[in-house]
Design a protein around this ligand. Structure first.
Ligand code: PRX
Length: 637
């Protein structure tokens, strides 16, 4: 069998799960033995949640690219590793075999070396969904540099914050990106960001859209020219750097409940084993299948289930540059049909938006190749679940509802396609190695079934977050201090009569907008940068397509007459500070915010007003100015 650790049936799942709890070290050592190690580990696991320290496979030495590429060359050199579908269907598809990928990664790794990028150096990648983005990330891993991919929708200011936090020495970008009928400038955004970054000495630009851009002498160079220099010099081969198991592989910034995004750091070996194990088991990948994950590599889903999970498993991963609704709302289904995709992994927000175009759209494509469907990023509502299962999967393809987080590195709670039972809107059972615990507000464990509480995990799994870059204490405080000896997820959760888990959403001040994680404090900070703003409070509300929408209550200095201009100005300020993904859907200008006498904003009241649930706002008599609540209620948008 291709993957000896692929779970074939429900009973085997139960056996694997039991062993992962009773003998975690033996369990993971067996799985890890199927990877390529330069030197095997001395100790499987060392951990201490009190100090937020976890080490997996300590003493082991490896390079993840040897596991994702080189080891497949003996038998699968000509198999397609990356199948790339461009934004414009008129442009040609690319098929990159494992052998091509090997050559391309080594060549570009030599470019990185030539630019003085070394093991441990941090490299920021800000590109569209072109195959070169995969090559860039893998080339960093090849030489032991730590990549930090930033989603193309973030603004110059957010990029600068991330580059400065990571102390990145280089940036890899594109002139621009194609998205639907739009050209998105990327290099000009980097130019703007780098005005406030002093650590970056090189910018490598991949030529994609052909739009005129400025190149700064000495600092900037073209991808293709640098590759040509290496080819001319005969530098085609690049030996993989030998890494320690716990050496960082990448940093990925994500939002929390404070105003500043944190750099989640993942390790080399543990992350690799986890991404691979979860990929193989949740999607039940079989040799030769085409795996289509629609995420952007700028998010963790793209890291784990476009790149590292599938490639480490020797799979064919389909990478799509475009958007679901261009040239028309059938594009996802057309791509799936064109490439005979076996697995389709997407987000509830995309499903909800495509549902709106009618059932006949997926019916126009031949979707008979689909064997597994997957959902990720936010709770999937019953209607979207059924539509996806019935109209796309034609009730044939099991649907996996995968719950996980940037910090967990890979899928934590999910049914295994066709192997363990599924239940609409439930992530169902934990993967082997994952020990979920529900706790109440006081930290008391809630035992038994048909209960709900805050979701924690009681034992480390290989893909667990290792630190938050440059600030380990922040990692400890955020994830390991709320409840002693538990990793706290920030999610609320219920466990039904059968012991199945259903994630109900965040219990902290983090929003999930179209599957994108956004901290309310971050949006407030951005709004407050607008010169006319005195203060603001941001809450989420239920949004039919995005899952959650952003509702901002804003106090402006004086000018109520200029409300419209203020709203436009505030949106623009947020675009500049974070990016359009954080732009509030609704902005209500108010004369004051409901506060307690000690000055704390009563978000509970604002949340209820934003949701339109104003009948029972609870006790407002303790407020500094109860009248303001009536005004806000009356002005609700
Ligand atoms: O609230 C949960 C929600 O997304 C959060 C993690 O966001 P992020 O780190 O950006 O990673 C998204 C991709 C893994 C979680 O805390 N979430 C993710 N998947 C699900 C989910 N909520 C419910 N069901 C899911 N399947």
């Amino acid at each position: 069998m291709q993957y000896p650790y692929q779970i074939p049936d429900f009973d085997s799942y139960k056996i694997a799960y039991k062993r992962s709890v009773e003998d975690p070290e033996g369990f993971w050592a067996d799985i890890a033995s199927h990877f390529f190690w330069r030197k095997t580990w001395d100790k499987v696991l060392d951990w201490d949640f009190e100090t937020a320290n976890t080490r997996w496979f300590d003493g082991g030495r490896l390079n993840i690219t040897e596991n994702c590429i080189d080891r497949h060359l003996t038998e699968h050199a000509d198999q397609t590793a990356i199948l790339w579908e461009p934004n414009n269907p008129a442009e040609a598809t690319q098929r990159i075999s494992y052998s091509d990928l090997h050559k391309r990664v080594m060549l570009f790794a030599n470019v990185l070396k030539e630019k003085g990028i070394k093991k441990g150096g941090r490299v920021c990648i800000y590109m569209g969904m072109v195959p070169e983005l995969a090559v860039a990330a893998l080339a960093c891993a090849r030489i032991g540099a730590v990549h930090s991919v930033i989603f193309g929708g973030f603004s110059a200011q957010s990029i600068a914050d991330r580059i400065n936090d990571a102390g990145a020495c280089a940036v890899i970008t594109c002139d621009g990106a194609f998205r639907g009928n739009k050209h998105i400038p990327l290099k000009p955004v980097i130019d703007e960001a780098l005005k406030s970054c002093s650590t970056v000495h090189s910018v490598i630009v991949y030529h994609r859209t052909g739009e005129a851009i400025e190149m700064q002498e000495k600092r900037d160079c073209w991808w293709h020219e640098e590759e040509q220099i290496q080819i001319n010099a005969g530098n085609l081969h690049c030996e993989a750097e030998e890494m320690e198991s716990e050496d960082p592989l990448f940093i990925l910034y994500t939002s929390g409940s404070t105003g500043k995004p944190k750099g989640v750091v993942h390790s080399t070996a543990g992350y690799m084993v986890w991404a691979n194990y979860t990929f193989v088991n949740v999607f039940q990948y079989k040799a030769g299948q085409v795996h289509f994950c629609t995420a952007d590599i700028g998010w963790i889903t793209g890291h784990s289930y476009i790149l590292y999970g599938p490639l480490s498993a020797g799979a064919t991963t389909l990478m799509f540059e475009g958007i679901p609704t261009w040239p028309d709302a059938g594009r996802f289904w057309q791509v799936a049909e064109k490439h005979r995709a076996d697995i389709l992994y997407t987000a509830p927000t995309a499903i909800r938006s495509l549902m709106g175009f009618g059932d006949d759209i997926p019916a126009q494509s031949n979707l008979s190749s689909l064997k597994v469907l997957g959902s990720v990023g936010e709770p999937i509502n019953s209607e979207a679940w059924h539509w996806f299962y019935e109209k796309v999967g034609q009730k044939r393809a099991p649907l996996v509802d995968t719950w996980w987080q940037t910090e967990t590195g890979g899928i934590m709670i999910s049914n295994l396609a066709g192997v363990t039972p599924s239940k609409p809107t439930f992530a169902t059972y934990p993967l082997p190695g994952v020990q979920p615990v529900l706790v109440d507000e006081s930290g008391k464990t809630i035992e038994g079934n048909a209960v709900s509480g805050n979701l924690c995990i009681r034992f480390p799994w290989p893909g667990i977050i290792r630190t938050t870059y440059g600030d380990h204490e922040r990692c400890r405080q955020t994830y390991f201090s709320a409840y002693p000896n538990l990793y706290f997820t920030g999610d609320g959760c219920l466990r039904d009569e059968e012991g199945m888990y259903r994630i109900t959403g965040r219990v902290d001040d983090v929003l999930n907008v179209s599957g994108h994680r956004i901290g309310t404090a971050e949006v407030e900070n951005a709004i407050n940068m607008h010169p006319g703003v005195v203060e603001s409070a941001v809450v989420g509300y239920k949004h039919d397509i995005k899952g959650q929408g952003i509702y901002a209550f804003v106090v402006c200095a004086g000018a109520n007459a200029a409300e419209d201009a203020a709203v436009v100005g505030i949106k623009h300020t947020v675009d500049k500070a974070i990016g359009p993904i954080a732009r509030p859907d609704k902005i209500q200008i108010v004369s004051g915010l409901p506060k307690t006498r000690s000055g704390k904003i009563m978000r509970r009241i604002l949340r209820k007003i934003a949701e339109g649930d104003v009948s029972n706002l609870g006790d407002t008599t303790t407020l500094l100015d109860p009248a303001v609540v009536e005004e806000i209620k009356a002005g609700r948008i």
